[in-house]
Design a protein around this ligand. Sequence first.
Ligand code: HEM
Length: 402
Amino acid sequence: MGTAGDSNRRLCESSNPVDVQSLFLTYTLDVASEFFFGHCVGGLDKLVQQCDGASAEANADIVENDITGEELTKAFAEAQEVLAKRIKMGTPWALFELRGNKMTQPVETVKKFIRPLVDKAYKRQSTRPAANAIRPRGSLLDHLINSLDSREAIEDELINILVAARDTTASALTFCIYCMTLYPDVMEQLRAEVRKQPGGHVRSNSDLKDLRYMHCFISEVLRLYPPVPMNIRRSATEVVLKGSPPLYMPAHTSIILATLLMQRSKAVWGEDAEEFKPERWQTGEGYDQFKNGGSIPFSTGPRTCLGQNFALMQIKYVLARLLKALDNSSDAGGKATESRTIVPVKSGTSAGAPPPVAWSFLKGRGREEQAWVMSDLTLQVKGGLWIRILATPDTTHTNDTI
Ligand code: HEM
């Protein structure tokens, strides 16, 4: 995760507007490719080099790929859009795609991205030491090659895990930054907690566990802005769901779980359900509701998210590094500069889509949104989440910030 630290530092050195949503998608693709495929695609490195005006240097560890990170992101977005439409239409969706399967093109792009990585892993396997020799720990891809015979099945598994891990974590990070910009006092408390770490550093998982306020903050962000805002279950046989009153579900019936609505429901969370209050997780109230199933951003039960701990560790690490970098900025000559803060860009060409005017007539949270929060499958900010890093206090750019 060294690259994340480096690009955090670069981000903090500049006061230009940046779309953090797109940066996080690049970052989570880097992490996923390294962790799952055994080779980082180096998207953040390429961005850092572009910022420095240098042409991308060949890096022995980076796999050359015909599909860029942006093309992959676009393909994922298209596939999600098609899938979301199919879910809304229900079974007759196929009638609307008689002229051709709309998923074919984006899936082909994703497969083109994955193939060179799989090729490289097969090569690695063919040159590996004998079976009885001590082998370094392999990536998920290495394990899949060892346990599955079909290359198609391996590629499908990889797409599955990439979808599960990448956009979700990027979404969670984006909404963490969004909430920091909405609640600067909360951001200050997070910074204070990171500063309390010896030397202001987080070096290990146990350092991350010490960041208790940050854990509450992330729990609250995931409650109000769950990266997977809805889910579906389908009954294999007829079933009676426990509850009062119990619910009868015939066989082969789909049920939609509106995770976002439940996690904002006053019936579940009380009158202040729509308020952003990390403290509710400190007092235990949050955890009580969580235990009762009132907040299930990672789902629950036998099909709960397998990457929950990994995701939380990653989110905490990135936020801690970012907050630390805000304190430790330096100018082009390496001289330490004043502390900085994150502010949203609200207007101008480098701003995301403002919330629809109709939202100002809504009750509750919808009216307070400062960005167009939308979802195909994962929650995102329409047009990106644009922010600036500015010295504190600063009035230079206040005309286009909230
Ligand atoms: C904040 C980030 C994340 C969120 C909010 C999230 C959320 C979820 C949810 C709601 C499900 C259940 C889907 C369903 O019911 O069909 C799920 C499943 C899954 N997630 Fe995550 N996830 C996150 C990150 C990750 C990461 C980083 C990984 C991998 C390292 C991962 C791996 C998986 C896998 C493998 C499943 C499928 C489990 C199964 O079907 O048995 N997730 N995730």
